[in-house]
Every structure is written in C-alpha cells, then in structure tokens.
Design a protein around this ligand. Structure first.
Ligand code: PMP
Length: 351
C-alpha cells in the first residue's frame, strides 16, 4: 500500500507469469517453443550493424508489416505490430473496450484479460465454457461492449474453425470482436482471412510460440484500417516507435523461413499427440489440443501434489490455483526427450 498510488493500483492484482527458474529444470510451464528460431535469425543477429542502434527505429515498422501482410494475404494498412502480443492486447483493450456496456469473455481463458479490465477500468462479464470445454460463441451477447477470447483457447486448447467464427461475426456487428491467435499455428484455423469482410474483427498473433522468439517481444494484429488506426492512436500517445530495430530485422528473418517454421510446428504437434496418448495410458484425462500445450488431470491424484512431485524431480509445469482449474496441470510441449522424462516421472508418481 502506498499513499502515492492511484486507487486503481491499490485494487490491482497483477498477472503472475509462469516462473522463470534459476536452476536447470525441464521447463514446460510457459508454452515456449523447445526449438531454436530460424538460422536466418542467428545470421541477422551476428551481422547486425551495431551503429544502427544509434538511430531511432522506423516509426512505421514498414518492412516488418509488409512481410506480415505478404505472409497473411492482407494489405500493409491492416497490420499493426507491438512489443509482444500482450502489448497489442493492452492497446486494443484501451482503444476498443472502454465502453458503457460490459465486455464479454469466456470464464476460462487467458488470465491477462481480466487484469487489463481492472487496469483500464473496463466492466466485463464472463460466460461458462461448453460441455467440450469450448468457448460458447453462440452465448456471446451482440450488444456487449466488446468480445475477447483466445482461439485456440488457453489453457484448454480447444479451437473453433473459421466458419463458426464467421457465424459469430454475422451476428455481432456493433462491437469489436478480438480473437487472440497466440497458438493458432499448432493446429488451429486462423480468422485472419475474415478481416477483409468484417470491419469489427481484430486478430492478434505472436512470434513467441511458433516462431520461437518469446525473448524478443514481438506481436501483431490484423484488422480493418479503422481498427488499426484506433490502435495507432493509443500507441502513438505514449510511444511513437512500435518496436525496436533489432526486433524488426529478426522478425522479418523469422517470417522468411517457412521451412523451419513448418518443421518445428509439425514436430511440436507430433510430440503433443504422442504425449497425449502416453498420458492417457497412465490414466490421465487429456483435453484435445490445437496448441503447444495440453491440459490434463488424473482422477486419483491431486494436481498440486503432482506439480510438486514433478518439480522435485526437475520438471516445471503449470498449476493454476483457481477453482475451475485446480484439478489440472497445463504442460507445454517440449522436445521428445523432455516429454519422455515427463512421462517417466509421471509414471512413478501415479503408478
Ligand atoms: N495470448 C495468450 C493466449 C497467451 O497465452 C500469451 C502468452 N502468455 C500471450 C497472448 C502473450 O504472448 P506474447 O506477449 O509473448 O506475444
């Protein structure tokens, strides 16, 4: 508590990211990619002319936005970039969701969304997930102050197809629908092709997961020019440079290497399915996943104890201490060797 804090800061419960361990652990707790970024990224970093860091970066990040536009088949004016998708999401909440009517979101989704709501004084209501742990798109109120959800959703891993998203957008036309596609490259279906048709659709994405660049902080959004301008207005009010020069150069190199990108995501998907089968053989319930993580629980074993048991044996996973998720562990997909170690330890813990 401090007399210098404004009232909202007193009320704030900041988002707590997954632990970054100091010791050497098998780290399966924050959905990072187990494989290194493209060799092209390494080349950019090795060859980067250090003198360029004397200068401010391109205020429009034009080359990176052009590369993203090409990759996703949209116009450069429909692309926005920021320091990780967390920043892009923060700007979107400020630009679009400070309305007189509450924002709608699923009851279980990325836990940063409620944090932003509290920070920016946005009223929100939550909707229970469906029987298959799916985001209940049909239950979203068309008269909300906005709609936000991750697709595929986190930490459940379920994703809706583009046709289902299009049906939502046919019905909800008067507020912004923000779809967070942080995990879409691991088996989901992107809604980006719909931005041309629906001016209220904003889709965010990140280089942190499928491009193996979580340490760089690079995220983006696709939307109508109207929405992109809204984001730019908020952004430019406190920082007119979107991202730093190195991030621009590295991001372009990562986008250019589709071979490496596809090979890594295919490996992650194969390992995920293999891990899922093995955990099911050990008696775990494992939700189907279109992401680089799985959500799992064991009918006879307490998740908090399994978390501790894994940690004691050098494996870090995620346990959320919320009512809805208390029974579950969320496990990021690592290399095959890492997942072999995980299943071996779990076998001793539940066997
Ligand atoms: N959205 C979701 C659903 C996430 O899980 C994450 C990662 N924690 C992010 C966005 C943010 O990713 P980044 O800021 O690294 O782009």
């Amino acid at each position: 508590m401090s007399k210098f804090w404004s009232p909202v800061v007193h009320e704030l419960t900041p988002y707590v990211p997954g632990e970054q361990p100091r010791e050497r652990l098998i780290k399966l707790n924050t959905n990072e990619n187990p494989y290194p970024p493209s060799p092209g990224v390494e080349k950019v970093l090795n060859d980067y002319p250090v003198d360029h860091l004397r200068l401010y970066p391109d205020p429009e990040s034009l080359a990176l936005r052009q590369a993203l536009a090409r990759e996703h088949g949209v116009e450069v004016g429909q692309v926005f970039v920021g320091n990780g998708s967390d920043e892009v999401l923060a700007l979107a909440f400020q630009a679009f969701f400070r309305q007189s009517v509450p924002l709608s979101m699923p009851a279980i989704t990325y836990s940063f969304y409620p944090v932003y709501c509290r920070l920016y004084d946005i009223a929100y209501r939550t909707l229970a997930l469906g029987d298959e742990w799916q985001v209940p798109l049909e239950a979203f109120d068309a008269h909300s102050g906005g709609i936000v959800f991750a697709n595929p959703n986190a930490p459940t891993g379920h994703g809706h197809g583009r046709d289902v998203i299009a049906r939502l957008l046919e019905r909800v036309t008067e507020c912004v629908v923000l779809i967070d596609e942080a995990y879409v490259d691991f088996g989901g279906e992107s809604a980006v092709p719909l931005v041309e048709q629906y001016p209220n659709l904003l889709v965010t994405g990140t280089f942190s997961k499928s491009r193996s660049l979580a340490g760089l902080r690079l995220g983006y959004a696709f939307g109508s020019r109207e929405l992109i301008e809204g984001l730019e207005r908020v952004k430019n009010s406190f920082n007119s440079y979107p991202i730093d020069s190195l991030a621009n150069a590295v991001g372009i190199a990562a986008l250019e290497d589709s071979e490496h990108f596809n090979a890594c995501r295919e490996k992650v998907i194969t390992t995920r399915e293999r891990t899922r089968r093995r955990l099911m053989n050990l008696g775990f319930e494992v939700l189907p996943s279109q992401t680089n993580f799985i959500l799992t629980r064991h009918p006879d074993h307490d998740a908090a104890q399994l978390f501790v048991g894994l940690r004691e044996r050098g494996i870090l996973v995620r346990h959320f201490n919320t009512e809805a998720l208390r029974d579950f562990l969320r496990i990021s997909i690592g290399t095959d060797d890492e997942m072999d170690s995980l299943t071996e330890v779990l076998e001793t813990l539940v066997g």
